[in-house]
Design a protein around this ligand. Structure first.
Ligand code: ACM
Length: 489
């Protein structure tokens, strides 16, 4: 029988853990779940979880030993994700003021239970967890443009990431190679640039229909994950220009590109057709996206002259607000005057950035994604068969042992909306490849985003992630068995 887990042996490490070994709870033969009426959905998820691990029927009844309690005001702003988990000899109680908090409590409880059906006695460690996140935004990005991943694969990835309390999934939907989201009124974007051979090295076809996108957004929302769609511009637009040559400077056709070069394509800042196109895309995307953010890219626009970049961004950034959304952009956009609600996302490896520091001083929130720490497409070590190494090798300790509030001068704790770990897919062809690059490093970034800074340390994370290995195996999730970790069998 597996050793009894300690109450704090979960990822991310909770904010406050008070173990009480006198309060260990033995799951009885007749398990039942009680819930406040508005917590019905989470209660059913708990029933499913308990059925799966015990292999026994689980009933719903008043006075059940598992209790799911929605109490207090749901309107507590940044604390909407807070929850409590109390385990004593008689009962296990999940408590929160929102269903999101209860969902997160359930993720914690899941890690304290066996992953698979267990016939022997199951004991939960006694004590109390009071938990809440350090940052509101804990994200990861998946690049669908270089290689497409199908809706079922993205859904399975969402299931994997919510276990670590990741709450935003940024989808990089367009790039030089492919355009992966159907946009009403511009059918050639996906007919041509979502077609066969549009992935790097000629892989593909693939794109999300508007219906598939809506379905994904809904699936994510039911797991408290906000989809952040990205349309990258004014650079990284070759696929759009292949589909609509009117978007090039001279209107002449350009050829498709399936190599991994960057920086050669640009929308044309002094052409009205550019803004008709961009506004159509932003309006349609805003209409399809219930979440608050639209990501407008803005990176590596090496063939957009700086003044054109400024003109373009000054017209395009406010369009997000016009359609009710808050714009996020890669931090190059911080070189221009930003609308008040724009959020720069820092992605480079330099130790300082004037534009981002100025934006923070002006009150902008920042998302931290330094490539040398948080890019999941960097190789772990020089043996890693997938990935790139332009930002260096990023082992598991390197991805864990840094702090976003120390990364850039002038960008401290108060300026941070949160952290995100992007995963670019030039070298990735399957969801197993995605999982291999993401895990265990995404668990590290998730803990950085969630756990109070002073509570976390590498030896503790290293032990907990080693213990998580068999869960990934049981879930059929590929992960990198990094030699930095002692993996449990
Ligand atoms: C980026 O990696 N070009 C944002």
């Amino acid at each position: 029988m597996p050793a009894l887990r300690q109450l704090g042996d979960v990822i991310p490490l909770p904010a406050a853990v008070r173990p009480d070994s006198a309060g260990n709870f033995r799951i009885p033969a007749d398990v039942s779940v009680t819930a406040t009426p508005a917590a019905e959905d989470i209660a059913e998820q708990l029933v499913e979880l308990l059925r799966r691990v015990t292999g026994r029927p689980v009933s719903r009844a008043d006075g059940g030993s598992f209790r799911v309690l929605l109490e207090g005001s749901d309107d507590n702003g940044p604390l909407t994700e807070a929850y409590g988990l109390e385990i004593d000899r008689e009962s296990v109680t999940l408590r929160a003021a929102s269903n999101q908090g209860l969902f997160l409590a359930l993720q914690t409880l899941r890690q304290l239970l066996p992953e698979e059906r267990t016939t022997g006695e199951i004991i939960l460690p006694g004590g109390r967890i009071d938990d809440q996140p350090r940052f509101a935004y804990r994200g990861t990005m998946l690049d669908l443009a270089r290689h497409f991943f199908a809706p079922a694969e993205i859904r399975s990835y969402i299931d994997s990431i919510v276990q670590f309390k990741i709450n935003h999934l940024h989808l990089h939907l367009t790039d030089d190679q492919g355009w992966r989201l159907e946009i009403p009124g511009w059918p050639r974007l996906t007919e041509v640039s979502g077609g066969a051979g549009t992935g790097v090295d000629g892989a593909g076809p693939g794109f999300l229909t508007a219906w598939e996108y809506a379905d994904l957004v809904e699936y994510a929302a039911s797991r408290y994950v906000t989809i952040v769609p990205e349309i990258d511009m004014p650079g990284h637009v070759n696929a759009a220009q292949v589909a609509y040559p009117e978007l090039t400077r001279d209107g002449n056709p350009v050829g498709p590109r399936t190599d991994a070069e960057v920086g050669y394509s640009s929308l044309v800042a002094d052409k009205e057709r550019t803004y008709e196109f961009v506004e159509d895309v932003i309006r349609e995307l805003a209409a399809m996206t219930p979440g608050p953010y639209l990501h407008i890219g803005g990176d590596e626009a090496f063939s957009t002259p700086p003044e054109d970049y400024r003109v373009f961004m000054s017209r395009v950034l406010p369009m997000a607000g016009k359609y009710g959304k808050q714009p996020i952009g890669w931090h190059e956009m911080a070189a221009v005057d930003l609308p008040p609600n724009a959020i720069p996302q820092y992605w480079r490896i330099e130790p300082a950035d004037d534009g981002v520091a100025r934006a923070a001083a002006d009150g902008h929130q920042v998302i931290m994604s330094p490539a040398d720490r948080s890019y999941l497409d960097m190789k772990y070590d020089d043996q890693t068969p997938l990935g790139l190494d332009w930002a260096g090798l990023v082992g598991v300790e390197r991805s864990y042992d840094w702090d976003p509030a120390d990364r850039l001068p002038g960008v401290g704790e108060e300026a941070l909306l949160g952290v995100e770990a992007p995963l670019w897919s030039e070298t990735l062809r399957s969801i197993a490849d995605v999982q291999f690059m993401a895990f265990p490093r995404l668990a590290a970034i998730a803990e950085i985003g969630w756990t109070p800074r002073e509570r976390r340390n590498w030896p503790s994370f290293r032990a907990r992630v080693g213990a998580f290995g068999p869960r990934w195996t049981a879930q059929g999730v590929t992960f990198h068995r990094s030699p930095e970790i002692d993996w449990a069998e």
